[in-house]
Design a protein. Structure first.
Length: 206
């Protein structure tokens, strides 16, 4: 067998180097003061990346936990509202638990209840079921709206409690510095998809 000899230039490179951070730095994101909309979106994404890196380094979250939490993305609704319509309580619990670790508050969520094929008393019980779940995460002041029956026609099977829709929002300051409205935020969903990619291998079956 012929022995392969690396060129001298290749041999000069070390086999091991410094361990890079899991989340890359984005220095250009700090230089966006001239575009307020860009600042809002990019800084939110940058903050979440840095927050996740800190949580990992302090062992307050694991990649496996992140992967489990992000299974909720399977229920993402098509369109521009980034709604996560999920019938699975444990999937929602995993997701909200991760969100709480990121210090997301009631103002960052918009919850909606889809009754799908439920009727009468079953609707009341199902809605109460989701309200108790949301309250258990300290989000009791997050009002759960009722979605129209038409919206839930094609959502599929559930476990008897319909679907809870979780919408991620960012609040927007008014002219006097008070928060007057909230809107869907692309950067939040972009971050979740990045996090799913990063945590994918940790969630693979052995």
């Amino acid at each position: 067998m012929t022995k392969i000899t690396l060129p001298l230039q290749s041999r000069e490179y070390p086999r091991k180097g410094k361990k890079l951070p899991l989340i890359p730095n984005f220095p250009s994101l700090d230089n966006t003061k001239d575009d307020l909309k860009r600042v809002s979106s990019q800084k939110a994404f940058y903050y979440l990346c840095q927050k996740f890196d800190t949580l990992l380094s302090q062992k307050n979250v694991t990649l496996s936990e992140a992967f489990d939490a992000l299974q909720i993305l399977k229920y993402g609704a098509a369109g521009k509202n980034f709604a996560l319509r999920c019938p699975d309580e444990q999937v929602i619990r995993n997701f909200l638990n991760l969100c709480i670790k990121f210090k997301l508050k009631s103002s960052h969520f918009k919850f909606r209840f889809h009754q799908v094929d439920l009727q009468n008393q079953n609707v009341i019980q199902a809605r109460s079921y989701w309200e108790e779940l949301v309250s258990s995460f300290g989000l009791s002041d997050s009002h759960i709206e009722s979605a129209s029956i038409e919206e839930g026609r094609f959502l599929g099977k559930h476990n008897g409690n319909g679907f809870l829709e979780v919408g991620l929002l960012i609040t927007v300051k008014g002219s006097k510095g008070t928060y007057k409205k909230s809107r869907r935020h692309h950067s939040l969903m972009s971050f979740l998809h990045l996090l799913l990619i990063i945590s994918y291998r940790a969630g693979e079956a052995p």
